[in-house]
Design a protein around this ligand. Structure first.
Ligand SMILES: Cc1ncc(COP(=O)(O)O)c(C=O)c1O
Length: 399
């Protein structure tokens, strides 16, 4: 038997991808599955973006590109950052990667090592602790409260600070909660990071999917309030432009950090997919009307999802300000039984819902949030209604 490197033992598999695979397997078996687990828009990539990819292929843009990304795409990122985020960034401070997931991974590989600690807030996106673990550093998980919009409590946060802390990962709008942190909270966090010389990794993957008010990038808050925090911001083409399968994301920040991240990327994957890069130029600087259309649809579906969830007996679901996830509290059902099987936690509850109702959800325990279940709602409204009705019927059988 081959002996694996110790890091294989240390890292946990992505169980959100596992849930998505389970949904796909059941569907392939002909089961009528409703999938609330997918972290992606149900829309196809907009036509102008698909056309740009076809043109790029026909023009022979099918070769390796510069390791840090084509100059056209890095320039387009800068144009978008100025237009959407009011940020002045030059192309040498931008790195294009194979999805934002790679940007985040590279940032952790570049900044952290054995003996370091990195602060992560619960509920967290499943990959954050694993990125930190893979860098040999230790993730320090910090509780937040749903009653406070899952925003950090500074007393609690300060109690976790040691001189080993080198960085902090933030994610607003958040996966899994959909919560959008206030500017004030982020400004305070940036101030604390500056005071303690931590690097902030700001995952702004859902920055355009904000339903009320304006989203302000952490970098802009730092600039406007003269905080001078060291921030690596990571953004994605996936969610905003329905491009999850194209695998293009990007990071921007201090030039030397971006260069170091590019050095690792160059040896790991050379460069991001050339055709995806060409398509991303069109996505960022071309017509944005389909983005507005998709945001409008997500808002309607959010409202429907939240109202249906709140109608379920014993369930409370706050209205998330962004992303496309609802994160209701199912703790009233933890401890009950289903046909003699005790529901010990959200993993068991999610499993019962899957087996009985053929509805795929993601258990909150996996995000560090016991009692909660994540529902992704980029689905047609009739599918959302049918899915929640099925969940209701299962809940009625618990005692
Ligand atoms: C919070 C968060 N960050 C990053 C990513 C990764 O996005 P990408 O598809 O660009 O790798 C995801 C994808 O689900 C996410 O939810």
């Amino acid at each position: 038997m081959t002996e694996f490197a110790e890091r294989v033992q240390r890292v946990k598999p992505s169980f959100t991808l596992e849930m998505t695979s389970r949904a796909a397997e059941l569907r392939a078996q002909g089961v009528d599955v409703i999938n609330f687990s997918a972290g992606q828009p149900d829309f196809n990539t907009p036509e102008n973006i698909r056309e740009a990819a076809k043109t790029a292929m026909d023009n022979g843009e099918t070769k390796y590109t510069a390791g840090s990304g084509t100059i056209e795409l890095r320039q387009a990122v800068c144009t978008k950052l100025k237009r959407e985020n009011q940020l002045e960034v030059s192309p040498e401070r931008v790195l294009i990667s194979n999805g934002e997931k790679q940007s985040l991974y590279l940032a952790c590989q570049t900044l952290f090592q054995s003996g370091d600690e990195v602060l992560i807030f619960k509920p967290y996106w499943v990959s954050f602790p694993e990125f930190v673990t893979l860098s040999d550093a230790t993730p320090i998980l910090i509780d937040t409260d749903s009653k406070n919009n899952f925003e950090p409590d500074f007393e609690n946060l300060k109690s976790k600070i040691t001189d080993k802390v080198k960085g902090i990962i933030i994610n607003s709008p958040s996966n899994p909660t959909g919560s959008v942190w206030s500017d004030e909270i982020i400004i305070n966090l940036l101030g604390l990071a500056k005071e303690n010389s931590w690097t902030v990794i700001s995952d702004e993957c859902y920055e355009r999917l904000v339903f009320e008010g304006e989203f302000t990038s952490a970098q802009k808050l730092s600039d406007d309030h003269h905080i001078g925090a060291n921030i690596i911001t990571c953004m994605s083409m996936s969610k905003t432009y329905a491009m999850t399968g194209w695998r293009i994301g990007y990071a921007f920040g201090e030039k030397s950090i971006i260069k170091a991240m590019g050095k690792i990327q160059g040896q790991a994957t050379s460069c991001a997919n050339a055709i995806g890069q060409a398509a991303s130029v069109e996505a960022l600087i071309g017509d944005q009307s389909t983005v507005e259309m998709m945001i409008g649809k997500f808002r309607e579906r959010r409202d429907l999802m939240v109202s249906l969830l709140n109608e379920l007996p014993g369930i409370t679901c706050d209205t998330p300000g962004g992303a496309f996830y609802a994160f209701p509290d199912f703790s009233a059902y933890i401890g009950k039984s289903f046909r003699g099987e005790k529901i010990d936690d959200s993993f068991v509850l999610s499993d019962v819902i899957l087996n009985e109702a053929k509805v795929v959800t993601v258990p909150g325990d996996g995000f560090g949030a016991p009692g909660h279940i994540r529902f992704s709602y980029p689905l047609a409204k009739n599918v959302i209604r049918e899915g929640i009705l099925r969940v209701k019927k299962v809940l009625e059988q618990l005692n």
